[in-house]
Design a protein around this ligand. Sequence first.
Ligand code: AOF
Ligand code: ZN
Length: 382
Amino acid sequence: MATKTMTPEDFSFMARAIRLAEQGIYTTHPNPRVGCVLVREGEIVGEGFHRRAGEPHAERNALAEAGERARGATAYVTLEPCCHHGRTPPCSDGLIEAGVARVVVAMTDPNPRVAGQGIAQLEAAGIRVDQGVMTDQAMALNPGFIARMSRGRPFVRCKLAMSLDGRTAMASGESKWITGAEARKDVQRLRARSDAIVTGIGTVLADNPSMNVRLSVAELPGVESAAYLLQPLRVVLDPDLQISPAARLLSLPGETLIVTTSENEKRRQALLAVGAEVILLPRHGIGIDLDLLMERLAQSGINEVLIESGPTLAGAAVAADVVDELVIYAAPILMGSDARGLLNLPALTEMKDRITLEILDLRSVGADLRIRARPTRIIQGG
Ligand code: AOF
Ligand code: ZN
C-alpha cells in the first residue's frame, strides 16, 4: 500500500463516491452498497454505483461511462474492488484493462473471497493503491454486510416508540398512535433498508400487522422502479405456532418465515399451504434462541435486521446482547404510571447492574425525537 498523504480532492471525490453508494441503500441486498468515481486531470469522467445483486458492480458502471477516458485516471471506490468471479466478473480486472493509474479505496472488503486480494492484484499490475480515506463513512454504508462477513451476524436494529415518560402502551394494550406521521415514515425507511423485520407472536395476535414497506418508489432514492423494491423478509417468532394462516402479513407480497419451537405438524402444514416458511429452533428461556436465530439469518444472506415488536421480544433481544442499535422514537406525551414500559428486562436491584448505552445520534423527526443508541454493557454485574 502506498502511503502518500491524501489531498482535499481525494476526500471530496471519495465523499462523492459515498453519496453514489447511498443510491443503492434500498436495493443491493445481499450485496454491499458501493460507489465509484473516476477522475482524470481533476475532472470526473465516470461515476457508478452498485444497484442490485447480479447487476454490474460500481466500478464497472463507472468504467462504462468513462470509456477511453478511464486510461490514466484515478478510481475512488468506497469498497476494495473485488477480484473474484461471482455473479459478475472481477472489478480488479476491469480497472487493470481500462488502464486506470491509481485506485483510492475507503475500506477493504470483509468478504473472505476478496479480503485484501483485490488490492494486491491491482498493485501487482502496477497500479498505485491508497487506502483509508473516509473509512468510517464507508463502513457506515454497510453495517450489515460487514457484520455478516466478519462476525457471521446481521446488524440488528431494534425500533421502539415511547412517550417521554418511557411508556409504549396503555395498560389495556392500546398503543395507536404514540408517534406522529413523520416518525412513522422514518420507520418505513428503516424497514426499506432492512433485509428482515423480526416480530413476536404477541404483536401479530394483538395488532395483525403488515410488517411491509408502504413507501412509493418516489419516496425511496435510488429505487428506479417498483421492480427494484424488495420487501424485507418478515420473521415471526412463534414458539407455540399460534399464528393463524389468515394473518394479514402472510397474504402480502414478500416472504414470511415463522420460527418456532413447536413440532405441531398440522399447524406447520397449514402455514406451508399459505406460502410461509417454517423453521424449528431450540427454546431459550421463555422464547426462541435469538443468538442462533441471528446466525441463521446471516447464513441466508440477511445483512440488516429490524426488530419491531412489543416489550417482551425487544427486552429479550437486548438481554441476549443481539441488539447493535436501538432506534427510539420519543413522542412529546406522557402516558401515566399504569402504562406499559419500554422493554421487559429482568428486574435489577442495584445500579451496578444497569445496562449502559452510548447515544450515537439525536434528532427531531416531526414533533418527535429520534434517539439512536448502542448498548455498551449488558447486565452481568461488575
Ligand atoms: C466491488 N464493487 O460494487 C460491489 C462489490 O455476486 P457478485 O458478483 O455481485 O459479488 C458480490 C460480492 O462482491 C460481494 O459479496 C462483495 O464482496 C463484492 N461487492 N465489490 O468491487 C461493488 N458490490
Ligand atoms: Zn466488483
